[in-house]
Structures are given as C-alpha cells and as structure tokens.
Design a protein around this ligand. Structure first.
Ligand code: F0G
Length: 355
C-alpha cells in the first residue's frame, strides 16, 4: 500500500468498482497541524484534513469518483441529485468526465455562488426548486425511481464507499488512529462513511481501535445533536432548518440512523454551534492557519473549540477535524464579513496615505 500515492484509489481493494474508474485524482488531501488554534484551546494534537483541496473543492469528489464509476459499471446513462451545492458541483464534474448527462435540483436562493457556477459550467441541467433541500431530495428520489435515472445522493451506498477513504487517509497520514474524528453533519453521509471504513480496517486487522466519531451541526439545523443529547432512538425531523452554513442546512438527514450508530458505538458525541461561532472559526482558520474553508467546514473546528471550552476533551487527544469544502465555494458570505478593499487614486501618495 505504501508504494501507491495517497488518494482514493490507493485503497481500491476496499472499493467495489471493477472497471477503469472515472477519476480526476481525488483524495490525497493535506492533513494540517492546527498549531495556533490548538495552542489557544490547549490541544497540541489538533489537525485539519482539508477536503477543500479535492478537484471540485469538496469531499464530495471521493464519493462521486465512486458513484459515477458505478453508474458506468451498472450501465446507467443519466445521473441526478438534489444538493445544497457541493454534491451538485462534484456530480457535474464527474458526469462531464464520464460524458454522461446530469440533472441537479437545488433549493432556490440557498446555494453558495461558487457551487452553482460549477454545476452550470460543467454542463449539468440545473433546476432551482422553490423549497428546501429536504423537499428537493424527495423530488429527485421520485424522479429517479420513476424514470430509471441513477441517483447520486448519499442514499446511494457507493457514494459512502468513496468517502470512507477520508478515514483511511487520516490514519495513514497521522501514522496512527486518531482519538477523535470530527465532522460537520448535514445529511449525515460523511460521518457514516468514515465510520464504516474504519470498522472495515478494524475487521481486517489494520487497526485495533476506532476514533470517537464526533458530529457538529449548526444550531439552526441540529436533528442529530438533539437525538444524541436527548438519547432518542431516531432523529426528529426539523421542518425549517436555517443556518449561514448553507451546505448543512438540512432538517431530515437521510443517513441519520447510521450516523447515530457511529457516534454511539464509538462513545463519540454531538454538539451544535451558532452561526457566529462558525463564522469566527472560518476567519480564525483563514487568518491564523492559512486554511481557507467554507462556513459548513469551519463548523467542525468551531465544535472542537466549544467542546474544549466546556472541558469535554482530554488535552492529549489526537483530533482530526474534517474541513469539508474550500473558501472559494461561498465568496458572498466572505464578502459580507470582511471590510471591502480600499479604493484609491492611482498615485503613490494616495497609497501611502491608506497604509
Ligand atoms: N460540509 C460540506 C461543505 C457539505 O457540502 C456537506 C454536505 C457537509 C459538510 C455535510 O455532509 O451531508 O454527508 O453530513 N453537502 C451536501 C450537498 C448535502 O448537497 O452538497 P453530510
């Protein structure tokens, strides 16, 4: 294994694809030591796995290289998904690579600009629904069942097969199993995927412990957190999810059952963060660590800040926060937070006067 470059396909024996895969060299993302934020929180072993460094700028590429390859293997001609943005961008990219038409359903007015731009430019048929993501998912599901279109949301188990490689890479890059893996949770596919992969590695004897799976949600969309904290057998759907982290603005996570199992069986936890806490961490990652992520991604590290402040973490823990998407996905939220550039006359005097 060590002779292969670190990427999704390094782990091909753990993946179900039996044809030449549709790939753009996804995975192999950097694992950064969060030195300054770790110091602030008294956590010297705090890391971020920057999934924004994938070809389309999010972790979804790991699932889509699998999903679109499987679509090909199964002889499917058209792919579709509902999305808060990243899934659609990634699906459009891999469908383009495969030469397959793709259909995308988005919640109107709630998808970050960069993501819509990607889906459009890569040639997906992009449709905005006057409803939220949960409704868009119901609709695309119905469309796919009735018209034989291949559904590429994370209900599709092959998506999760690809995404489980995040956990493999984290272990390989760290050189050991982290004590905790922290993920922002929306539809709850990614946390379930990472858990599944590491269970497989435990079962074949590659590793002998599992990390505490830790879910972070936005306060305005936290059905998984409520189920964990309330010790409920299943999540209670939220009708009107709302958060600045549009990627995780989801009230009815389709993989909730798997996620609850992942958290409970690893003695992990779930916590919520406010929009203000998310945006503060997005800025801190950018300014102190040089890591540019979109708001949903900052939620994982914001959650660790909150858990650390509550005294819930052992300072010796090796913690890997998955930061899921790139800063450039959502420029509008950034521009709203930062002071605009200073415009001046084109003279040195004017320049010096503002510096
Ligand atoms: N972070 C980002 C940047 C995302 O785009 C998503 C999900 C998540 C975290 C949560 O992952 O759903 O597996 O729990 N985005 C989906 C989409 C819903 O349509 O792009 P999850």
């Amino acid at each position: 294994l060590n002779q292969r470059p670190i990427s999704v396909w390094r782990y091909k024996e753990f993946l179900p694809v039996r044809i030449e895969p549709v790939t753009l060299q996804e995975g192999g993302t950097p694992l950064y030591h969060l030195k300054k934020i770790g110091e602030e929180l008294g956590l010297p072993n705090l890391y971020a796995k920057h999934e924004g460094m994938n070809p389309s700028g999010s972790f979804k590429d790991r699932g889509m290289t699998l999903g679109v390859s499987m679509a090909k293997q199964l002889g499917k001609n058209i792919v579709a998904c509902a999305s808060t943005g990243n899934t659609s961008a990634s699906m459009a990219v891999y469908a383009a690579k495969a030469g397959m038409p793709s259909v995308v359903l988005l919640p109107a007015g709630h998808v970050a600009l960069g993501k819509v731009a990607q889906a459009l430019m890569h040639g997906a048929k992009v449709i905005s629904i006057r409803g939220n993501f949960d409704r868009a998912l119901e609709m695309v599901h119905e469309l796919c069942v009735s018209h034989g279109i291949y559904l590429l949301n994370s209900i599709n188990p092959y998506r999760l097969e690809g995404q489980k490689t995040i956990g493999f890479e984290a272990v390989d890059q760290l050189g050991c199993v982290p004590d905790r893996i922290v993920l922002p949770v929306g539809n709850a596919g990614n946390i379930s995927a990472v858990y599944k992969g590491l269970c497989e590695w435990r079962d074949v004897g590659f590793i002998d412990t599992l990390p505490m799976m830790t879910a972070i949600q936005a306060e305005g969309a936290m059905p998984v957190v409520n189920a964990i904290k309330g010790n409920l057998p299943e999540v209670v759907v939220e009708q009107n999810p709302e958060t600045v982290a549009s990627a995780i603005r989801i009230g009815a996570p389709v993989n909730a059952e798997k996620a609850l199992r992942a958290i409970r069986e690893t003695k992990g936890t779930a916590e919520s963060v406010t929009d203000a806490e998310i945006l503060a961490m997005q800025r801190d990652l950018a300014r102190y660590e040089g890591i540019g992520v979109e708001p949903a991604s900052a939620a994982s590290v914001a959650g660790i800040r909150k858990l650390a402040e509550q005294g819930m973490l052992d300072p010796s823990e090796k913690i890997v926060c998955v930061v899921t998407g790139h800063l450039l996905k959502d420029p509008e939220t950034v521009i709203k937070q930062c002071a605009p550039p200073i415009e001046i006359d084109p003279t040195i005097e004017a320049l010096l006067s503002v510096l």
